[in-house]
Design a protein around this ligand. Sequence first.
Ligand code: SAH
Ligand code: SF4
Ligand code: F3S
Length: 442
Amino acid sequence: MYPKMANCKTNRRVYVETYGCQMNLADSELVGGILAKEGYAFTSDLETADVALINTCAIRDNAERRIHGRLGLFNAQKRRNPDLVVGILGCMAERLREKFLDQENLVDIVVGPDEYRKLPSLIEHAAGGEKGIAVRLSRVETYDDIEPLRTEGVSAWVSVMRGCDKFCTFCVVPFTRGRERSRPFSTVVEEVRSLAEQGFKDVTLLGQNVNSYADGDHDFADLMRAVADVDRQLRIRFTTSHPQDMSDRLIEAISTTDNICKYIHLPVQSGSDRILTLMNRTYSVDGYLALVEKIRSAIPGVSLTTDTISGFPGETDEDHRLTLALMKAVKYDGAYTFKYSPRERTRAWEMGDIVADELKTARVGEILALQRDLSREINQQFVGRSERILVEGPSKKSAQEYTGRTDTNRTVVFPHVQEQPGEYITVKIARANSATLFGIRA
Ligand code: SAH
Ligand code: SF4
Ligand code: F3S
């Protein structure tokens, strides 16, 4: 995934695999930056690697199970190459800590999200046969001075804050990522300037709770305006925002700045006030609906997406029905639907895992089916319209077709003639399904 490095001091080749959210993908680029500075080279082939790192996610049990499965593969490789240094990074490393060293014989180093600066020395020691662990969470680490090793392309991520102080009762993130802290305003703006100079066209500002960003007098709305001012040809996006921190100033910044995308991921989690209280989400259904109203009247045509959790402890059929009702009322442009997964140390863990798995599956299925219908209906309204899109590259299905994205974050597939990634073009939408628009060059 990384470009090959010349002049490597160590001659060691690193293989990195990444799971989880965009923040984890951005962290792998930071890890790449830290190791590149020490002269490491990179490979996309596990078999030729001297160091194999897996950047992990702990959000749900199935995420962790998948990673255990991948570790089995690393294990097989280590049997073939006993010198291979295997490292676990990220949220699951932070959650399970020394259990990895105790239980999984093959793991040499365990490094949490705030300790990546120690990686070069941990790798050195592990190569000499000494296992190592670094899992302290920090109140100040933002890796502000580290230049991420990015793959070239159209889109780049910039982490602007780390950690989360919200403590939703189901969520492990405050325990794996620690307390909230923001990077300095000026260095974020400078980083975006440098990305624009390097030819990136689409920049996403990242944080678990990105809209609670704060540096002195500057809030997230100030930051969005400032990075949008860097270059009007640059598209600016952000994720993820908590409804509580969706300020009027931020809504105004989005509505009045052309190159800030008209797209907000605004997870609701549940449509039942009773469940929202148990989740510690800090808003009510009415409050959330009023916020959606405010956003829609300030930003006409805005695209809204959400996350939902089915089967939170004690969720009744009535609570579930209320979630479906809310989804119908809001008519989201898209939704990510999850089955509740109990996480140790969280407050909801104490409440048990009361809802049967089959019921969770059935509820998720109903929400998905409803959202598919709503998305199809919404996307149909785009047929016949002209949309300005940013070209991203070949589509997954065919080399003759390219994909691009609208500023409301919709994927558009179109026949490729000579369009280049990073170019803005206008397409006319010919047809649509629930996930994709299909266009022809206007
Ligand atoms: N900070 C982001 C979310 C990060 S996790 C936010 O607040 O929006 C992404 C999504 O995973 C959450 O929105 C939630 O829907 C889901 N999630 C988190 N913990 C979960 C759990 N224990 N079980 C199931 N889904 C969970
Ligand atoms: Fe988890 Fe809630 Fe923080 Fe999001 S806001 S990361 S769901 S605790
Ligand atoms: Fe997963 Fe950690 Fe992100 S738990 S969702 S990788 S913050």
